[in-house]
Design a protein around this ligand. Structure first.
Ligand code: COA
Length: 333
């Protein structure tokens, strides 16, 4: 009889840049208020990088902690998956940069750009490599520097107050006791690509970037907040139920749901739709804002630090974001 392999997280780490930005910071650039931001988003403060730091830089402390927790060294890692929608450069990927900066051996490094669903996509890829016995230890990194894509004028006030910087890392390895990832479910709907996007610099434009593009603000992140909200509150419950059904589990089986920290109102609506209690849903958006693909693993690290997960618990992770893309992962902790 062949042994059943699953992929389990054996080490986690996160890094929140030291630069704490509270809501009052934005009032010097745009018409906004602490009250508006807290009421509409739940965010009280967030972290921004120091000038010159990219996602590969802020990922380093997160990876170091994850390696320490897993009791592994860089030489034990077989493959890197780097999830970011804000890469250091267009070319090459941030995975190559961290391979060099942390002296990993010449292993493969794959960048993925699945926005706020990136960590779920990355887990699903790691899971396939581990289950097929291609790699033993896979490092997943989610790291984002959104602060440099924000329009700090009134035109950008709906995004600038929401998106923030942060990094997290997870190390996955083969498990033979039925623990770890039970399933992943992934979706996209490119019809809505332009509802949350950065239009430029773009390879479809010639020149990629010029004064006019910068003047028109096409290099800033743009969001149709109402459209994003409408789809998010539909897709989160849908993809969570899809995952539960696949595993023959019920809502009451969820010990902890960690949704992508998009907006507290979205999370509250999802909680209400699924009739989950407050202890079943994790939230830390008030401290970090929306850190795109880093938000789920940062929240997972904090949930563990706060002892909200015990061995054998059913953990549900769910993401939604630009693309639109959405997905879920269920793990037996
Ligand atoms: N401060 C003060 N006013 C703001 C503001 C800010 N930071 N941002 C937008 N506004 C204004 C708008 O300009 C608008 O003004 P107007 O009525 O004079 O035109 C007013 O607030 C209402 O705008 P609206 O877009 O209808 O507000 P909203 O209730 O939909 O809230 C969001 C805006 C962005 C908070 C909300 O749409 C949202 O949460 N969307 C989902 C965002 C999200 O989660 N994104 C991440 C997905 S991964």
């Amino acid at each position: 009889m062949s042994e059943k392999i699953s992929s389990h997280i054996i080490g986690l780490g996160y890094y929140a840049p030291e630069n704490i930005i509270d809501n009052s910071y934005f009032s010097q650039f745009m018409d906004t208020s602490d009250q508006w931001i807290q009421e509409r988003t739940g965010i009280q403060e967030r972290r921004f990088v120091n000038k010159g730091q990219g996602p590969s830089d802020i990922a380093i402390p997160a990876v170091k902690i994850a390696l320490k927790n897993a009791n592994l060294s860089v030489n034990d890692i077989d493959f890197i998956i780097f999830s970011t929608s804000t890469p250091d450069y267009y070319i090459p990927g941030s995975g190559c940069l961290i391979q060099e900066k942390m002296n990993f051996p010449n292993i493969g490094a794959l960048d993925i750009r699945c926005a706020c669903t990136g960590f779920i996509y990355a887990l699903s890829i790691a899971d396939q490599y581990i289950k097929t016995k291609t790699y033993k230890n896979v490092l997943v990194i989610s790291s984002e520097v959104q602060s440099t894509s924000m329009d700090l004028s009134n035109n950008g006030r709906d995004t600038a107050v929401i998106f923030a910087d942060g990094a997290a890392a997870a190390i996955l390895t083969a498990n033979f006791d039925g623990e770890g990832i039970l399933s992943t479910h992934l979706h996209t709907q490119g019809k809505y690509a332009k509802e949350l996007w950065v239009e430029s610099p773009s390879s479809a434009m010639s020149p990629k970037l010029d004064k006019n593009i910068i003047k028109s603000g096409k290099h800033f992140l743009k969001m149709n907040g109402r459209e994003v909200f409408k789809h998010a509150v539909k897709r989160f419950p849908e993809v969570i139920l899809e995952a539960l059904n696949h595993n023959k589990l019920n809502i009451k089986d969820i010990d902890l749901l960690i949704p992508h920290q998009a907006n507290i109102r979205i999370s509250k609506m999802v909680q209400k739709k699924l009739e989950l209690n407050d202890n079943q849903v994790f939230s830390n958006i008030h401290k970090y804002g929306n850190t795109t693909s880093a938000s789920i693993p940062i929240a997972l690290c904090e949930a563990i630090n706060q002892k909200q997960l015990s061995k054998g618990d059913i953990l549900v992770l769910a993401g939604f974001g630009s693309g639109f893309s959405w997905g879920s992962a269920i793990l037996k902790w």
